[in-house]
Design a binder for this molecule. Structure first.
Ligand SMILES: C[S@@+](CC[C@H](N)C(=O)[O-])C[C@H]1O[C@@H](n2cnc3c(N)ncnc32)[C@H](O)[C@@H]1O
Length: 303
């Protein structure tokens, strides 16, 4: 899988299952109301929700005891959220959303997977955390949220690879922001995705090939051996330049782009877990494994 955790138990690239998409050959139906890639991806995510609720990767039991999974760099870079309106795009199980809510933000989480949103709502109710969750495609977020605007648009690791059109996404983000509000984005670094998954030392993929890529992966990063049926996904390897350019073209002002030498999971088999993430072993060169970015909508909030 591109930037996020590997999508499944059998890594497509290692097993020769990865192939370049030819979506018109795969879906010759001509039904313009149905985005076949989105339908495949949604079915994939719907099926994985129960696995992720049960598995160790998301540690929902631990979250019930201590509902805060935010990484220290995100908390520092997003800044104070108490009393601020925050929308979390592609919120999945809502763990990050609820973590921002426990820090005092007025949170709305949005995801196109109904089972994911149901799980997030159930967890919020169980923990008594005040947060709203909405089922919608990210491209429809403005309409789904009734034109409501936010101080912070937050999006976390593994979100952008599912989106075909970064310019359309960035325009949605811009419309969701109140003047003076900002987008905060944390993602896996696209350079890391070019490296071989076993060692992370050899360039194995073309940095400039952004996709679409069709992947076939069984199981999930939360349960590699799980038996699953919805295994085909369509994903994108967006380059750093494409992401930054789309955000700038939407009219947001980039405040910073930080590159991090750690990952949140063992992207390569050789990475070593440390107190704040996974890095190459001692003596090996550092790699850009994640990046984070903040971009502000010009203007001042209405008084
Ligand atoms: C890797 S998960 C995000 C993980 C999140 N950062 C976390 O750790 O909880 C990707 C999420 O994006 C959602 N998603 C993918 N494409 C989407 C779209 N077009 N609109 C809304 N949600 C989408 C999926 O349902 C899934 O919950």
């Amino acid at each position: 899988m591109p930037h996020g955790p590997p999508a499944g138990g059998r890594r497509a690239a290692e097993n020769g299952l990865r192939r370049r998409a030819n979506l018109t050959t795969m879906f010759p139906l001509g039904d313009t109301n149905l985005d076949p890639a989105a339908a495949l991806n949604q079915a994939h995510w719907d099926e994985r929700v129960p696995l992720h609720l049960a598995g160790e990767f998301y540690d929902v039991a631990g979250f019930r005891r201590r509902p805060d999974v935010l990484r220290a760099f995100e908390v520092a870079e997003v800044g104070e959220v108490s009393g601020r309106r925050l929308v979390h795009l592609q919120c999945h199980l809502g763990l990050d959303s609820l973590s921002w809510a426990t820090r005092g933000a007025a949170v709305v989480g949005l995801d196109f997977s109904a089972p994911a949103v149901e799980a997030a709502r159930a967890l919020a109710a169980e923990l008594g955390v005040d947060a709203r969750f909405v089922v919608a495609d990210v491209y429809d977020a403005v309409e789904a949220l009734g034109g409501e605007t936010f101080d912070v648009v937050y999006t976390g690791i593994g979100a952008l690879p599912w989106l075909a059109d970064l310019h359309r996404w960035a325009r949605v983000v811009e419309r969701l922001l109140t003047p003076g509000g900002y987008l905060y984005l944390a993602e896996s670094h696209p350079f890391a995705h070019t490296l071989d998954e076993a060692t992370g030392t050899m360039v194995a993929r073309d940095y400039f090939d952004e996709g679409p890529h069709v992947w076939t992966d069984t199981g999930s990063y939360a349960d590699r051996l799980a038996v699953t049926a919805q295994n085909t996904t369509v994903q994108y390897d967006h380059r750093l330049g494409s992401v930054v350019s789309a955000i700038a073209a939407a009219g947001l002002r980039i405040e910073f782009l930080h590159e991090h030498d750690k990952a949140l999971f063992a992207k390569f088999d050789t990475l070593v877990r440390g107190p704040d993430g996974f890095r190459p072993p001692e003596g090996r060169h550092r790699l850009p494994l994640m990046y984070s970015l903040r971009a502000t909508k010009p203007g001042h909030p209405a008084a």
